[in-house]
Design a protein around this ligand. Sequence first.
Ligand SMILES: *Cc1c(COP(=O)(O)O)cnc(C)c1O
Length: 430
Amino acid sequence: MTGGFATLQVQAGFTAGQSFTSAVPAIHQTAAYEFSSLQEAADLFALRKPGIIYSRNASPTQLILEERVAALEGGTSAVAVASGQAAVAVTLLALAGRGGHIVAADQLYGGTVDLLQDTLDDFGIAVTFVDQDDPDAWRAAIRPDTRAVFAEIVANPVAQVLDTRLVADIAHAAGVPLVVDSTVGTPALVRPGDHGADFVVHSATKFLAGHGSSLGGMVVDQGTFDFGAEPERWPQFTQPHTRFGDLVLWERFGQGRAFAVLVKSKYVHDLGPSLSPFNAWQILQGIETLDLRVARQSASGLTIAQHLAQHPSVAKVNHPGLAGNPWHALAERYLPNGVPSVYSFEIAGDEQDAFARISRLVEELKYFRLVANLGDARSLISHPASMTHSHLTAEQRAAAGISLNTVRLSIGIEDPADLIADLDRALALI
Ligand SMILES: *Cc1c(COP(=O)(O)O)cnc(C)c1O
């Protein structure tokens, strides 16, 4: 290339579209993508042709991540976004955006509760919370304007296992899709789509990435929900979109792809919670070792739970892998390859001085980090009542099974013997 210094400093040595043969997915750290012609640009903007316009909508690294997670979940398409929060938000907006109603489990991640009862309320979306273990409560809460049923495959910190098939059947009988947050489950242990979930969301920040270094979120369409069966109920799929030249998404993209197109080209495009190419790359790196990490974490988690269950300073361990746990049978059914390593225990003693004693516990522990995260390679500890679930009312916390004595663990990939010794030493001191 020839030209003046100022021209060369921005253009020399680079041709858009040139491909290299790097063995690992490349990071395409660019805001925009070059069109081969104005006609191509016009076709891409009108969704007539697939392709990448701008990094707010996609990047090649992100497309690889989407294809990979869709494959792991057995889905038909996926959308990667900036965080797990964004994944839940865009999914529910795409389903219930026009003042719809959502039925959600009481036993949800605290950030999701904030989203549902505060921010989605601003959008005119109403939410009814129900005890996820009560089938009659699910049935009674669904109304004619319900557009989504939402729950987590394994809730935290109490590790209640969702009877996914049962809730899916109730939702489907009412013509409503089931959305499952499988952040804690991961496709290495359970694929909610195999048990009736229509959409699966993840905080990729957690086990999928596994390194605790990057935020990200995933939405997976299982391709099972037929928005065309009751077209008047789902105008976002069956009515023309003026902005896309009167395109009807259901006609053009069909079951299994229309949802991802709506999420990406409307909600992510307009609201902007895009995944950075660098974070997409980091999450891809993490996913390569997902099943190895989760197998270790799950095995260590159970060993440590069994140990804590015998410990005099521990009143109770909430781990569904333990016989006698109320969700043990559901864990055997849905999690035959292992239970997630995110669970909790109740320290023995009065709730009154729980905060002081748990503060001491956290200070004494050498290997457990006090963080709001979970699913990291490192072992983590938290106090839900003063952290992730502190925005909940006392009644909401009680409904989610959380007391002031509840301590949440997320077991990492360290040597389990070290983790047990650490817990024993710290518990002895409180
Ligand atoms: C962390 C988490 C989220 C939110 O994900 P972020 O990536 O932190 O935005 C949603 N659901 C569950 C179950 C989570 O653990």
